[in-house]
Structures are given as C-alpha cells and as structure tokens.
Design a protein around this ligand. Structure first.
Ligand SMILES: *[C@@H]1O[C@H](CO)[C@@H](O)[C@H](O)[C@H]1NC(C)=O
Ligand SMILES: *[C@@H]1O[C@H](CO)[C@@H](O)[C@H](O)[C@H]1NC(C)=O
Length: 125
C-alpha cells in the first residue's frame, strides 16, 4: 500500500512537473557525430534574464558551436536556434543538481550566468 502511494505520487509529479525546480539544457542535440559516437552533446550554457542558451559542438561546421536558446516566457520552448538541430524544449532538473541547472523556477532566476559541462561528445570537433 505504501509502495502504491509512492508510485502514484511519483507518476503525478512526473506528469505535472510539480517537482521540477530547475530547468536544464537538453543533454545532446540532434546532430549525429557518427553512428558509433551518437549525437553531439552540450559543452556549456549561459543564462541571462529568463533565457538559457545551450551550446553544442557543430558537426556540420567543425570548430564552431551551435546555440539553442529556451525562455521562460515561451514556456521553455525553443526561442532561438535551428529546429533541425535543437530539441524543441528545455528539460527539468528536479533537484537542481549541478552542472546542468541554468535556471531555477522557484526563485525564479538564473543560477549563474555560465556553466561548463564539457562531457562526452561535448568537445569541439
Ligand atoms: C554560439 O555561442 C558562442 C559562444 O557564446 C559564440 O561564440 C558563437 O558565435 C555562437 N554561434 C552562433 C552560430 O551564433
Ligand atoms: C574539455 O574536455 C576535454 C577532453 O576531456 C579537455 O581536453 C578540455 O581541456 C576540456 N575543456 C575545458 C574547458 O575544461
């Protein structure tokens, strides 16, 4: 019974997004490096006002970056960037774990102006 209640509240939380406090950049974009390596992934983000910008290495133009911006005012939908490359919406980071926690909905404000992630598939090609 306790487990059932927990499962229901987890589903409710996931379904409505109530547990989400921070907004995260999509971990990767839609540009594939290779079948083996998969998609290009985030290197860093910036945040200003109500807008986060997520930066990924460009596969089409090696040595340059692709930027995908998402805004609170558009419901965290894609505000600037190519829809062929960028995810259509930003994600939730329910516990605001660093480093992918550019914006805190609870404040609401940027958590910082810049954050480095530089993980797998996040370096310039
Ligand atoms: C993306 O952002 C980076 C860093 O802010 C900048 O150097 C670059 O010119 C931007 N790229 C595009 C295509 O706007
Ligand atoms: C990003 O990661 C690469 C590979 O691990 C490393 O060579 C590079 O110095 C890192 N860049 C930064 C800014 O930390």
């Amino acid at each position: 019974m306790v487990l059932f209640v927990l499962a229901v509240s987890l589903l409710l939380a996931l379904g409505t997004g109530v547990s989400a406090e921070c907004v995260a950049c999509p971990n990767c974009d839609y540009e594939r490096i290779s079948i083996e390596q998969g998609d290009a992934c985030i290197n860093f983000w910036t945040c200003s006002g109500d807008t986060i910008t997520c930066t990924y290495p460009s596969v089409a133009n090696p040595g340059t970056w692709n930027n995908c911006s998402y805004s609170a005012s558009t419901g965290w939908a894609l505000a600037d960037g190519s829809s062929e490359i960028c995810f259509s919406g930003a994600g939730a980071n329910a516990k605001c774990e660093a480093p992918n926690n550019p914006y805190n909905n609870a404040i609401p404000a940027c958590t910082a102006s810049y954050g480095l992630i530089n993980g797998t598939n996040g370096q310039l090609l």
